[in-house]
Design a protein around this ligand. Structure first.
Ligand SMILES: [Fe+2]
Length: 323
């Protein structure tokens, strides 16, 4: 049997029935009236998914992963994310994607991408051979390059740039034989490798209802598209992750430049941690609860001064060290 632990993912053909996929497509169509399709993704709370058999399959899968592969995931997803391809809608550039590990979920979900799951299902598809997702199986990566494997396990916010696609702006720094540079968008560290992800990737041809069950640290890349495709992915976090307050404080602002709205969330998370606790860590679940709890007047004063401190520190660092 294929192993989630070895590869970092499972393939489940016909995970959803045709009816379930049609219903999820309809849920997207209803929502799409209010969505700017150029944004390519729409995140909705998991509670918006009403179909009971779909929800049962999702929670059963989470339980299966926790029991058989030793993960510590929450029993149900936090969010459902619709993403789509539509050749008639210009998507604001960025048609080409590098191989990557996601950044937003990595920062937000406490830097714990090992305990993070993405149940990714194609619910509408015109051509199974089109608009798929390439993945780099961890067992293949380990055999190819052990250092890259070690760098990738549990990680996030990385971009693996193949030099053949970046002749102009990416230059090998040390090794003239380098074929790829990994940029860690959190630390700014760059590492050279002498192979391409394209050599070791796998692209499964997903039909309607087929699913990839992906650990959060999977290296992946959207493949080209010519047709319409709607994917629904359920994002499962781990509320028991322990987060140190420096996790949010040390976010690299050159990365956040692209995601300025996330900085406010990190500022709030840090200020909540400082307001509520003298210790330097809290569980991710606790932090989420603080976001929904009203502060006393006295704590509000603390919260806002901590938040000011956060911004001062982060922007000072940006101007002084460009990091
Ligand atoms: Fe991604």
């Amino acid at each position: 049997m294929e192993s989630f632990s070895d590869k970092g993912y499972l393939l489940r053909k016909s995970f959803f029935t045709a009816e379930e996929s049609a219903e999820m497509t309809q849920a997207f169509e209803d929502m799409a009236k209010d969505v700017d399709l150029r944004h390519k993704i729409k995140i909705v709370p998991y509670a918006r998914i009403k179909n009971e058999s779909v929800k049962q399959k999702v929670t059963d899968m989470i339980q299966n992963i926790n029991q058989n592969y030793g993960l510590n995931l929450n029993p149900a997803p936090d969010a459902a994310v619709f993403s789509w391809t539509d050749p008639s809608v210009p998507c604001g550039g960025n048609h080409y994607e590098d191989w990557q590990q996601d950044g937003g979920s990595y920062y937000t979900a406490a830097g714990n991408h090992y305990n993070y799951l993405n149940i990714y299902v194609h619910v509408y598809k015109e051509d199974p051979a089109d608009a798929n997702l390439g993945v780099v199986p961890f067992d293949v990566l380990r055999k190819k390059n052990h250092a890259a494997y070690i760098q990738a396990v549990g990680g996030g916010a990385t971009s693996w740039k193949e030099l053949k696609n970046h002749e102009g702006d990416v230059k090998a720094l040390v090794n003239p034989e380098a074929k790829m540079i990994c940029e860690d968008l959190w630390t700014g560290q760059r590492t050279e490798y002498d192979f391409d992800m394209g050599e070791i990737q796998t692209t499964h041809l997903l039909d309607v209802g087929d699913a990839l069950i992906l650990r959060g640290d999977m290296i992946h890349c959207q493949q080209p598209f010519k047709t319409k495709r709607i994917a629904l992915s359920f994002r499962v976090e781990c509320d028991r992750s322990l987060v140190s307050s420096s996790h949010y404080l040390n976010v690299r602002t050159t990365y956040v430049n692209t995601y300025e709205s996330s900085l406010k969330m990190y500022a709030n998370a840090w200020a909540f941690m400082k307001t509520h606790k003298k210790e330097h860590s809290a569980t991710y679940g606790q932090i989420k609860l603080w976001f929904g709890t009203k502060l006393t007047l006295r704590d509000q004063a603390k919260f806002y001064s901590y938040r000011l401190l956060f911004y001062t520190y982060v922007y000072m660092r940006r101007y002084l060290v460009f990091a």
